[in-house]
Design a protein around this ligand. Structure first.
Ligand SMILES: C[S@@+](CC[C@H](N)C(=O)[O-])C[C@H]1O[C@@H](n2cnc3c(N)ncnc32)[C@H](O)[C@@H]1O
Length: 336
């Protein structure tokens, strides 16, 4: 993988809003669970004399992280891995709790724009879509999965109504030879479902968009990573600690919204019929572990959307940790 150069002009999505919610103060400890090009880490480090533990599953962030470690000597540490493991990764450093966690869910522009990573059908590349450098790839899924399973993945993670037709076309195409390139897959999908660039003057998304989204989410196990990451943050945050999460599509936002609803006591966390003796928190089974900072989702300003069109679907939700015990962790079982 190519090492991306540090781009000092990089401004992460909703930087000011995230900073406002995270509210870093001198001496505090933060986790940036989605380091990427380091926009949030930098914002936190420049705002207060705090410490940041940054996590990323993509080894190609190494160069940017090393430069940042040198610039903010002793205050910045990269912990390679998945944010679902943030509590373990941080406690391995001897840190028992943190004052804030920031998450910016999804792929980075660097990953998306690098054709060799295989996220984009506009720039032809190998059908990888892995955020890390190992594990299942989109090529494995497209070529080796049963037609029914492929259709289910495309439907569930891409919310694609034509999933069955697309899966059928993929299975037919791969009987002629392995599908190994993003452009080849996009063309199979385009032929299967057709593509009208404009309908009544309105530009339409490419018919492969939803299938690519589905494969990416599946390959990187993104939705269970998110659910487990939120629970890990609940585990590691000190009372008063802030959790700020930016997401880009409804599948992610639904998980975040539900998590905060349950944990802030707006919605039951589960069974209300547990015997009192099994509730060892002393606060009752529904004692809220979070208090919302903002009601509902915060959206980017008009100005930001004009400057960066990719920010248009971003939503920020944030809450601060109470002193109630965390809920039990979701199962770590692999959904695949
Ligand atoms: C949208 S980018 C973050 C951009 C970052 N806020 C910035 O300012 O540059 C998401 C990053 O998180 C990483 N990532 C996504 N899911 C992850 C996970 N479950 N665990 C660790 N890193 C993850 C990706 O590799 C990517 O680098």
């Amino acid at each position: 993988m190519a090492e991306p150069a540090h781009d000092p002009r990089h401004s992460p999505v909703m930087r000011d809003e995230v900073l406002g919610m995270a509210a870093p103060r001198d001496g505090e400890i933060f986790v940036d669970g989605t380091f990427g090009a380091g926009g949030y880490s930098r914002a936190l480090l420049e705002t207060a004399n705090c410490i940041v533990y940054a996590i990323d599953r993509d080894p190609s962030v190494g160069a940017t992280a090393s430069a940042m470690a040198a610039e903010f000597s002793g205050r910045f540490h990269l912990l390679p891995g998945c944010f679902s493991q943030m509590d373990n990764l941080v406690s391995e450093q001897g840190v028992k709790s943190v004052d804030g966690v920031v998450l910016d869910i999804g792929v980075s522009s660097m990953q998306f724009d690098d054709a060799e990573r295989g996220f984009s059908f506009q720039n032809d590349g190998p059908l990888s879509m892995r955020m890390s450098d190992h594990g299942l790839s989109a090529e494995d899924v497209v070529n080796d999965y049963e037609e029914g399973d492929l259709a289910d993945i495309i439907y569930q993670y891409g919310e694609e109504k034509k999933s069955r037709r697309i899966a059928k076309a993929i299975v037919l195409a791969r009987s002629q030879g392995r599908i190994t390139r993003t452009a080849a897959l996009a063309s199979i999908i385009e032929k299967a479902v057709g593509y009208k660039r404009y309908i009544r003057g309105k530009k339409q998304i490419h018919p492969a968009t939803r299938t690519f989204q589905a494969l990416r989410i599946y390959v990187n196990d993104e939705l269970s990573e998110l659910a487990r990451g939120l629970a890990a943050a609940e585990n590691i945050l000190a009372p008063g600690g802030r959790l700020c999460v930016v997401s880009f599509h409804s599948l992610e936002d639904r998980i975040i919204k539900k998590f905060f609803k349950q944990r802030s006591g707006e919605q039951s966390r589960g069974s209300r019929h547990l015997p009192q003796a099994l509730d060892n928190t002393g606060l009752g089974e529904d004692a809220p572990s979070f208090k919302m900072i903002a009601k509902g989702a915060v959206k980017p300003s008009k100005k930001e959307i004009e400057q960066n069109i990719r920010s248009r679907s971003a939503k920020l939700r944030g809450a601060s940790r109470t002193d109630a015990a965390p809920s039990p962790r979701p199962k770590t079982g692999d959904e695949k």
